[in-house]
Design a protein around this ligand. Sequence first.
Ligand code: BES
Ligand code: MN
Ligand code: ZN
Length: 506
Amino acid sequence: MASIEGMTIPTPELLSTLDSVSPDDLVVIGLTKHADGAQIASTALPESVASALADTAVAVGAEGGTDATWRIPAPEGLSAKGVVLVGLGEGPSTPDILRAAAGFAAQSVKKPERLVFALADHTPADREAILEGAILGSYRTTKLTADQKDTTPRVALVGELDGDSVSRIVTTCEAVFTVRDLVTTPPNMLNPVSFVAEVDKLASSTTLTIEILDEKQLEEQGFGGITAVGKGSINPPRLMILRHQPAKPTRHVALVGKGITFDSGGLSLKPPTAMVGMKYDMTGAAVMAATTIAAAQLGSPAAITTYLCLAENMPSGTASRPNDVITIKGGKTVEILNTDAEGRLVMADGLQAASALNPDLIVDAATLTGAARIALGERYAGLMGSAEATALIQRAADEAGELVWPMPLPPELRTILNSDVADIANVKPGEVLGGMLSAGQFLKDFVGTNEQGEDIPWAHLDIAGPAANSSGPYGYTPKGPTGAITRTLISMLMSADGSGGGHSGE
Ligand code: BES
Ligand code: MN
Ligand code: ZN
């Protein structure tokens, strides 16, 4: 059967000046928006070239707003195939703006041409953002069509960047692509068993050590959540554990990802339209797998233990039922009142296993609730957990230019999960208020304490919104699976103290 192999990223080229542009290249130039008309952002261009471009911009009605490009012929004095003008908007051209603009320009290209980015006058931090955006935007979703057409552009940047920065950016973008590819893969081609095989293959060239628990071991070792969710499917569940162990780690971070390769809802079956798209319910596991692989490749100073909680949620004669009581790893019991609230069951096992290691920090990512999408839309991840841990994630997200938003964990939304027969119920049937927050409260019950009896610092990311983009392309984000939050977590893991700021270049 066909499968999604994904693309490898060719090493980006660095050109010292625009003089090395070839007649086959497309040159990408930034356009800022002003009340009295658009302006060419780069002052590095020869005066005559800049004024010819400005005239053409006016002629084609290019205003310089963001998420817009205008393809125009190369003016005299610039020996290129053409020019892509890309809007930088009205405000200052920050690294975030430049990353998005470079990405949108790369997404707009319909042929496998070489794009030479000369967006504006850049600092090193700007150039890193442009290169990252350009590569992210050069991603093309692998289609399972009979005929394959490659429209992937190659990326070149005018200006200097040190080799370490370039390889960090390429490795980071590769991780994002891995997430997008895994999430794109249809659920008849990706189940818990083949997910493990894919990640195993991706990790084979790294120093990561890998442990895989099959359905029998999961049951024997008390992983009642993953077992209960997986037992309705012919495709058995798995727990995959990845370990990165530096000689002298600065700290120990545990990552937990929700890996439901298809979420039908189980016996609490989803209606047909709600089920479409549920191949993406393994995004949290894909993000954590790709993040861990990148962190190992980049030599993260932190020790990392990653739990990928993999199951397919299906209805059948062997499936879990509403009213079943199950025992999570570590001994707490859960009354299942809705089999469609399955993510929290598999995550409970993962959080308990992670807590048993007494790490300095636990971070989890899950496409956990539709409520997160209702509350925050498709661009922000909901961020919950302890103050210390959420502050770390917030800083790393700011650093990476990704969007997270803090959310509370109100105690009264824990009380509604009290069960008559178990330690906790997985939902309160019929309750619709604060669904993202009560799911967070459920997870909190399974985060352990350290040797001093204090709660282990923990951050929960509900990525049900940003995991996929149902509208058109914007910035460096394609339609469909996005790989969002991967760069945030890599940034967090690459900083020595966990404060974010893994990037150099400032
Ligand atoms: N995977 C879904 C969350 C989801 C729903 C993501 C819709 C994107 C769009 C999760 O397993 C789920 O089904 N959650 C339920 C929880 C409910 C039963 C308490 C939901 O959000 O409807
Ligand atoms: Mn569900
Ligand atoms: Zn789900």
